[in-house]
Design a protein around this ligand. Sequence first.
Ligand code: ADE
Length: 239
Amino acid sequence: MSWNAHIITGFPAMFPGCLGESLAGRAREDGLWSLTTHDVREHGQGKHKNIDDTPAGGGAGMVMRADVAASALDSVTAQHELPVLLPSPRGVPWTQDLAQELAEGAGAIFFCNRYEGIDERFIEARAPLEVSLGDYILSGGEPAALVMLDSIIRLLPGVMGKVESGLQESFSVQSGGLLEHPHYTRPQVWEGMEIPEVVTSGDHEKLDKWRRQRALEMTQERRPDLLEDLPQNDSAPKK
Ligand code: ADE
């Protein structure tokens, strides 16, 4: 069964964008997921089919009208019972766990708007899950939706060739929530640097220990915050 992505946007030409290529593009051709865009402009109100208006109380930019947003969303939710996500810098952080949870469902509806905003009454009334990629401002929800979708699609059954390559990555449960250990390939010596001996030794037990140790060290160095969630005995890299 296919996983279905629905995108409500004023810029349907932004999709599938990068998701039309490589892993996600092939998976779409194989029917593992589908993408449907819904043009919010078709729900514009009044003589000029406006979708936004000046902010009440003054201020810069334009705000999407609640009636337009609701009409666009309701036309999709009437047909598809799926979680509704609203990419926004004020949302909950987008995480691997959230991507995994959504990948296990039937699909998702992404409501994309320009950053200036959307009438708060729409958010209160329809209660989409607001999700953020991080503490920075994008020009709109579309690039965020592409990133979020990318992280979901690669988790769908059958999308990644080698199952393990998904299982041991940074942030997955199987990696213990650590950043990934380093990787190497031929040539054996490059610019005077050799592949660490343990990697090519053939001793799998030793290699597993080394990888775990390097993952811990890297996490300690770059993302010590991730170590706080680890079980006690794993929390400090051994020197
Ligand atoms: N829209 C604008 N900025 C965003 C961000 N950081 N994350 C998600 N959606 C956004």
